[in-house]
Write a protein that binds this ligand. Sequence first.
Ligand SMILES: C[S@@+](CC[C@H](N)C(=O)[O-])C[C@H]1O[C@@H](n2cnc3c(N)ncnc32)[C@H](O)[C@@H]1O
Length: 509
Amino acid sequence: MADQDAIDQLLAQAGVSLGVDSRRLRTAVALLGDGRWWTLADLVRETATSRRTIEALLRELPLEHNSGDRVRIPADQTGRYNNGQLAVISDPREVPDVLDRLETLIAKAPRGRHTLDHVAATAETVLRRAILLGTRFWLPGARLLGVGDHDLTSLAVRMVHPEVEVMVADIDERILGYIDDQDLGVHTRWADLRLGLPPSARGWADLAITDPPYTPEGIGLFAARAAEGLRDRDQGRILLAYGASERTPMLALKVQRALSDLNLLNEAIFPNFNRYHGAEAIGSAADLYVLRPTTKTWPAIAARLDRLTTAIYTQGPQAVEASASGLPGVEAVETFAPGLLAGDWPRELLPKVPRARLATLLAKPYAAAPDRVAIAVPAGLEAAVPRLLLATRARHVRVLLAGPPGDLPALASALSPVYELTAGGPVLDAVRLPLPDGGAARIVRRVLDGAHGKVANLWREGLTEAAGLTKKQARAAVEEAAPWAADVTALDLPLHRLAELPAAVSRTL
Ligand SMILES: C[S@@+](CC[C@H](N)C(=O)[O-])C[C@H]1O[C@@H](n2cnc3c(N)ncnc32)[C@H](O)[C@@H]1O
């Protein structure tokens, strides 16, 4: 049996942690196998682990005892419990090439957007985050979710710990595109965390890392989404950057309250761990919190998420103070006679028409399939428009925005397999195109019409039906043409992937 399997089996038998927090126990096993004799008390002290846990471990290990109360793994067994993977990089100076590479990547990264509270962390900060993950947690087999990642922590982690699977969920298409361009195997997902975490990111990770907008609302929302992203509810951890000016302790207290409202335990706070290019109001620095969910975290999230998804940013039109601004052009919707109103419409508008929340529309297909749907998209939520249109299966969708749509040609091109778009001021009309006869266009349409379903599944089904491929052949073809399509839905795909979908599908025919 491989060493790692033997140790995993041992920890499982001892009924102790197998997850990312198992590093301490693996260290205890390594100490017991290093030839020295150990008392229980020394092991407890050396690994900073509770006596009960160490006792549970000792019960399962093959041990020899000396004349006193000391134990060790017998020499002929140490090979079996030898754990080479405990040694990890512990200092940025050990990997100067990675630091150089990160510096270049950060310098060339998309410029920060103040409306999203972007302030880039330094390359050394990002590298130290990656290193900390390795020194504190057991990473083989672990998954990390980046809840927002303008800092590019995901890239640093893939460079330093290629054994970690990494996913990033972010609202900013430029960041997702940039991360994809580096081809370091990071799974990218578009998400507006105010509307929800992508299905493929939910319950996915062992560790989550986030540097959220520094408002109590932003911290609460991002921490809640990070927790929703964890698959390991016992051992999972959330690493969160947050800093405040030394002049505003009350503000920091409000943020800490937002975390304790989620019943997240503060396991560690590393002062000034994060350094930034800018953010002088907070000393260009922020602390790094290691948060541990408790059993009371999940009910708290369920109870609070409604309230958490409000305005979250510190500045710009979407800032905390600037919420709930009315949308112009509501009249255009009355004459449109929609069968469903999605989003936040005035109460007196078409009171008999059913309503749905934007988050609900994205979360699951709307059951009634109305012919016409009107969607209200307030300032700051524009990035969700292509997803809301795909999520809506109506023949005609009218979107009311806070202003004229940004990059209409790019939007029209990404959605061209499904909709014809026209815009007049803040009103965007999307009319569903007839079904294409066959070929690649028909498969693309199948994927986009089933936008809540998994891209790879729909694509494979299309290939088996249209091109007569076996299931196995179809699977291989999709994996080869679009390794990024596994597990993702069209709603979570970054826009650049949506745009390249037709070409990728053509390659599989
Ligand atoms: C406050 S910024 C991060 C600060 C960090 N030092 C930086 O500049 O990258 C938060 C991160 O989450 C992303 N983000 C902001 N609002 C978001 C939202 N509503 N949904 C998803 N991601 C969001 C941003 O694009 C960014 O990557």
